[in-house]
Write a new protein. Sequence first.
Lengths: 361, 361
Amino acid sequence: MIAPRRIDVDVAPMPYGVTIGSGLLASLGERLRADLDPGPCALVTDEGVAATPHADAATDGLRAAGFEPVRVVVPTGEAAKTPRVAGFVWSALAAAGLGRDRCVVAVGGGAVGDLAGFAAATWMRGVDLVHVPTTVLAMADSSVGGKTGVNLSAGKNLVGAFHQPRAVLADVDTLTTLPRRDVASGLAEVVKCAVLADRAALATLSQNAVALLKGAPGPLVDAVSLGVRVKAEIVAADPFERSGRRALLNLGHTTGHALETVTGHGVLRHGEAVAIGLVVAARLAAARGSGPADLVTTLEDLLIALELPIAVPDGVDPEHVVAATALDKKRAAGERRMVLPTLDGAEVVPVTDDALRAALA
Amino acid sequence: MIAPRRIDVDVAPMPYGVTIGSGLLASLGERLRADLDPGPCALVTDEGVAATPHADAATDGLRAAGFEPVRVVVPTGEAAKTPRVAGFVWSALAAAGLGRDRCVVAVGGGAVGDLAGFAAATWMRGVDLVHVPTTVLAMADSSVGGKTGVNLSAGKNLVGAFHQPRAVLADVDTLTTLPRRDVASGLAEVVKCAVLADRAALATLSQNAVALLKGAPGPLVDAVSLGVRVKAEIVAADPFERSGRRALLNLGHTTGHALETVTGHGVLRHGEAVAIGLVVAARLAAARGSGPADLVTTLEDLLIALELPIAVPDGVDPEHVVAATALDKKRAAGERRMVLPTLDGAEVVPVTDDALRAALA
């Protein structure tokens, strides 16, 4: 039995705790009673998670403490993140008679969390939200920080709200049903956080790489906790993404997003694209002498151990990637700005086409 | 020329000003430049307002100061407050390429403000919002306080967000095209605020009743300012409707909402139902000895002068009204609680069926 970790996210007006552990679902309701009144609530999950034992375990864990969850099942993956599905959830909350003093519990990956979070943010002008993430990506990244939203055909996350959860409960036991490739992909965000944190964190991840991919609970709790700790600190400093501090979380994402766009959705997992983006960022930093010289090698070795890609896939024209990042460039008034690792964290700096071209090669 | 009034709404993290005056639209953009950068913005209005000179005046006023408004026209009245129309506005904002640092300007009555406010609250997780109310109700009530939202078939305002505007500009010249009945209806909320404020405010309204219905700018600026001042104070004390303080704004609304439900939408204007509700509340307070004894007569005289109803319309069974308020009762754990006037404000107290029956008679 691994003792659960608790990491506090210090945001106004209501700080909240992220609990990371193994076997937490059985006590889900009991753990929530510190912050929330039992009684009716909504449990939003997707078809994929509903087919695993986790949705039932969460339901039982809520009932055991007097919560009365009404289950709302949405499509799996990004298909859930649409205004139409948000409308479906609102109708379900209306049918359940969910009052202002009730809560929405999101059980699933990042897409379910984003959708359910948006529904909670907008139901009766905002009700309490609990995240029960069931993927590494959702545990270490998307369930913390208060970003919620849905996509439009014009772009991802164009509609949404900042709505911090009242609590996050990450039970690594739910990762047992997650495909190995998705575990690895989620760990790419943890690697990003390790780069933002310190070299010791990277070393620990390297030591645990095999155990992480095997789903060992202890190393998974450690890895998720690292991601949450780094993200919590940055979110607390910049809850509404205004000061620029939160932009550091985009390390690896300029190239990553461009790769996702260029390859088309579904070819690369988000984390796989980020993994390549991390290597590119480390190369850019090394080339300008502002980052640790050995970081490129360290990162490449770690990502390979985590079965993640480290180079632009065959058949992808680097020029298309350069062009795709230029779309970001326009937004920031004429120059491409990227997050690059430094000796003790990261910084946002301008990056020329030529420099990016060299790093992508 | 009447000097504009400015009333500050002291909410965190960003207080804002409500400017009330005559001839403000021409300088709309100039006035906004204190808080907002010029450039592209969205101007959301409805078909009714688009057919008046006010939408063009607002557009010209914005352009004169370097704003580039893209007009988004929605259906008139409550028909605008649906998830479907919100989706239409989001699509229009996407088509306009409206960025996170841009703003939405709502030009219209309460429905346009609620819808456009919801769109602004949720566009890219929240962009700046400016209210340019064109009805008395929107000026004195709905444009201040940050409530935004849309209706579902299951109920009004079930979906929404708290999103305070960056600025409110109420130009009473826009009321010249408003039907007299709508001017009177909006003034019912001002009467409510006068009851919450003091007896001098009621006396001033009585003196100005004829001028107000004639659309005299000076008295209208005074009346709107009174409503905004009272609402701003309460909103600043309870921005998210949590402490109970904001509930005082429901004076007259328990009976009012019940009357709207019982008579069906469109029979009574909202303000007309509230006018009757104010008299009922004053009678209840007088009957229990907690309110000013002469308030019933004072209120009745004022409301009659404002061409507003003071009694339940013929053909409406008071028992249906009692039953309809009992729906509210359920929500508040078993007893009907109503806002009743006191000697110097208002209070929330339990009200029995019999007491309400007597006051409705």
